[in-house]
Design a protein around this ligand. Sequence first.
Ligand SMILES: NC(=O)c1ccc[n+]([C@@H]2O[C@H](COP(=O)([O-])OP(=O)(O)OC[C@H]3O[C@@H](n4cnc5c(N)ncnc54)[C@H](O)[C@@H]3O)[C@@H](O)[C@H]2O)c1
Length: 343
Amino acid sequence: MTTRPRIALIGCGRIGQVHARNLASLRELCDFAIAADFFLEAAEKTASAYGVPRAMSDGEAAIADPEIDAVIIASSTETHAPYIELASHYGKSIFTEKPIALDLDATDRALTAADSAGVRLQVGFQRRFDPGYVAAKNAILNGELGAVEMIHDVMRDPQPPPAAYIAQSGGLYRDMAIHNFDSVRWLMGEDPIEIFVMAGALFSDDIRAANDVDTSVVTLRFPSGAIATIENSRRSGFGYDVRTEIFGSGGGLMVGESRDLPIRRYTSAGVIEDHQYFFLERFRDAYRQEMISFLTAIGEDAAVSVTGEDGRTALRLAMAAEESLRQGRPVSLLPTEVLHAQS
Ligand SMILES: NC(=O)c1ccc[n+]([C@@H]2O[C@H](COP(=O)([O-])OP(=O)(O)OC[C@H]3O[C@@H](n4cnc5c(N)ncnc54)[C@H](O)[C@@H]3O)[C@@H](O)[C@H]2O)c1
């Protein structure tokens, strides 16, 4: 038997609007009951735009509300872990935006709370639901590409975020590359054993002042011998640039056509096609599919497909990237006992 969970959305900002639109259009799978935001006006606007019966400013009250079965946490990063703990306490199913937290202690407290309460916890790594990445994963699984030997994963944002955002973002690896860490380990089907980073602040004074980097290349080695590179930039003159090349013994593929309209115009000024400017457009389908997956898991009393442990592993890789950058050399990701056994 399937059930239609009653949902509270916490955080009605940029990504909250995406989830609100999807929740409102998935009425067969859920009942979108509360829109909450620290700024009541944002909650009220969202409620009125999507026909949500209740708006409130208190996220904790929304989570505790007995009418609510599941929460979508789309508020600022530092609120995720405490809200996960609270929602676990009240036995609610939880979808949280990435990252779970900016440090492992808070992440572990949140995961332990969810685990002990036996509640579902899905993390917002939407690439795993993007039609392009899903097709790539299927091509790997069905052997079309042979043994995967290399992945080159690129993500460049149109422009750096405001200085205030950078200051509390956790830095390029925990805030941005965390998506790449998750998708590369998911595509490879294994966890890396070594990481090496070269990076710098090439163009943003704000990012340099925050002791962060705006340009980065990460190299990862996997137990099978496969190698991956992750390239990030906080600025791309032509807009969002998300491309992933997968190369295997039997063939390769590229995920990365980012057009709204499947048209290429051949003109005297050149060959022109449109380009999706940022993540909201590029991953529109993926955000919808991840929400369908979460709601279906609740409705069918099944496990979620992107777990808290996935969120933790991606954070661990982000922290290891920072360590490699600090040390200026490759860093092993093997547990120390394995290293000792090998020496
Ligand atoms: N998966 C993705 O692709 C993706 C994309 C963008 C953002 N995010 C993540 O989503 C989160 C939100 O990002 P955003 O860009 O939407 O930010 P935003 O600033 O646009 O929105 C955050 C909203 O949360 C509200 N808020 C802050 N504290 C709150 C609290 N204690 N209770 C209730 N509401 C509160 C704010 O008022 C604001 O409206 C971040 O953690 C970010 O990392 C994920």
